[in-house]
Write a protein that binds this ligand. Structure first.
Ligand SMILES: *Cc1c(COP(=O)(O)O)cnc(C)c1O
Length: 383
């Protein structure tokens, strides 16, 4: 019976920034007998899952905990910003891209005092300006930034920003959605108080489960902070876990089964080997682009190793939609960019893929260029 059902699923290579290509074992882990998540059997699964999520960032289980939500990754930004700002405090967002701007929008929606410290999207934040801002605004109680700005693929210096936040007594929250379980993170050494991700990115599981990993001491302290959201309050969700071992509201049951399987596969592959694989994929993406003459946006040494942001060529025949559709019909998904000032598309190194998948992709991508009479090597006005 089992063999009859568990046929291989058509394998698509997703080069978009998540959800990522998953293994069939993760896909099939969702096919389980129906269960009410309030049963002990299900509650028992949650404890190991929550601990594993802390262990991935090398957190000491005495000092750090994980808080789960049913939703996509943005729910984590919403929960952290709305829950971790004490009365009278201000938020500082170190902002060089679309995902940090999302945190600014969360501040605006909740009517929170904030400083949007903007830097160009293709540059690293100026740490002197960050420090000066902290010095001049002693009411900053929460500093937020993004680790890998998925819109461009730039990697921000979180350890240094975290050190500054702590020097000025602020809590440091980092959006690690597009590095967690890929690029190694050490929550304490990296000066992170709270980081976050969702199951469908680095963990290579399914959409619907998002989580924040953070300091128990600050979670406990936040009990006294103003409550600005009901569903997304971190302390309320943390406290419910502590008392009952369950999520406060209905969990994404099948996604949790898939995530538990994905975690098994994560530990089996190992942190170092997994990061080495993503690096291989990233390098193969660069080799393929270089061979076709495509230009990228971010200086190579600043790239996260997970996202490549590629400039549209200056070719009258270039048409992202047509190239996309040609690749998509053959099982490869490429993704539009997220920079308002430059036309770009993205190729990402997430998911259960390896170098041969990228080599296969570039065969199809080259065909797509040829079919659409787009010049090879790609033509650019500037050198
Ligand atoms: C994917 C991602 C998110 C979450 O986006 P959703 O659209 O809610 O899935 C948040 N931050 C970063 C940096 C991301 O890459």
């Amino acid at each position: 019976m089992e063999q009859l059902i568990q046929k291989p699923v058509k394998r698509n290579i997703l080069l978009n920034p998540g959800p990522s290509t998953t293994t069939d074992t993760v896909k099939y882990a969702q096919v389980v007998p129906d269960i009410c998540p309030r049963e002990k059997e299900f509650g028992g699964l949650m404890k190991g899952l929550r601990e594993d999520l802390v262990k991935i960032v090398h957190g000491d289980l005495e000092k750090y905990s994980s808080v789960l939500f049913c939703g996509s990754g943005t729910i984590n930004i919403d929960a952290c910003i709305s829950s971790l700002l004490p009365e009278g405090g201000k938020v500082l967002v170190v902002d060089n891209g679309a995902y940090s701007t999302r945190a600014v929008e969360v501040c605006q929606y909740y009517g929170l005092p904030y400083i949007d410290l903007k830097f160009p999207v293709d540059e690293l934040p100026d740490l002197e300006k960050v420090e000066q801002t902290l010095k001049e605004n002693p009411d900053i109680a929460l500093v937020h930034t993004t680790h890998n700005e998925t819109g461009t693929g730039i990697l921000n210096p979180i350890r240094e920003i975290g050190a500054l936040a702590h020097k000025y007594n602020a809590t440091f929250t980092v959006d690690t959605t597009s590095t967690y379980a890929m690029r190694p993170i050490h929550i304490e050494e990296d000066n992170i108080d709270f980081c976050m991700a969702s199951a469908q990115k680095g963990l290579m599981a399914m959409t619907g489960l998002s989580f924040v990993v953070g300091s128990r001491a600050i979670l406990e302290a936040s009990k006294e902070y103003p409550k600005r959201s009901y569903y997304c309050n971190l302390y309320q969700q943390y406290d419910f876990f502590q008392r009952t071992g369950e999520m406060h509201f209905t969990p994404p049951v099948q996604t949790i089964y898939a995530t538990i399987q994905a975690l098994k596969e994560y530990w089996a592959e190992g942190e170092e080997a997994k990061w080495a694989r993503h690096t291989r994929v990233f390098e193969a993406i660069h080799e393929g682009l270089d061979a076709l003459g495509f230009h990228d946006v971010i200086r190579r040494e600043w790239q996260s190793g997970l996202v490549v942001s590629v400039k549209y060529p200056d070719d009258p025949n270039w048409n992202f939609e047509k190239v996309h559709d040609y690749c998509y019909e053959r099982g490869f998904t490429i993704y539009p960019g997220k920079i308002s000032t430059t036309n770009t598309f993205r190729l990402c190194a997430l998911g259960a893929i390896d170098r041969p998948d990228i080599e296969a992709f570039f065969k199809v991508f080259r065909e797509a260029l040829e079919v659409n009479k787009i010049q090879i090597p790609a033509k650019y006005k500037e050198a």
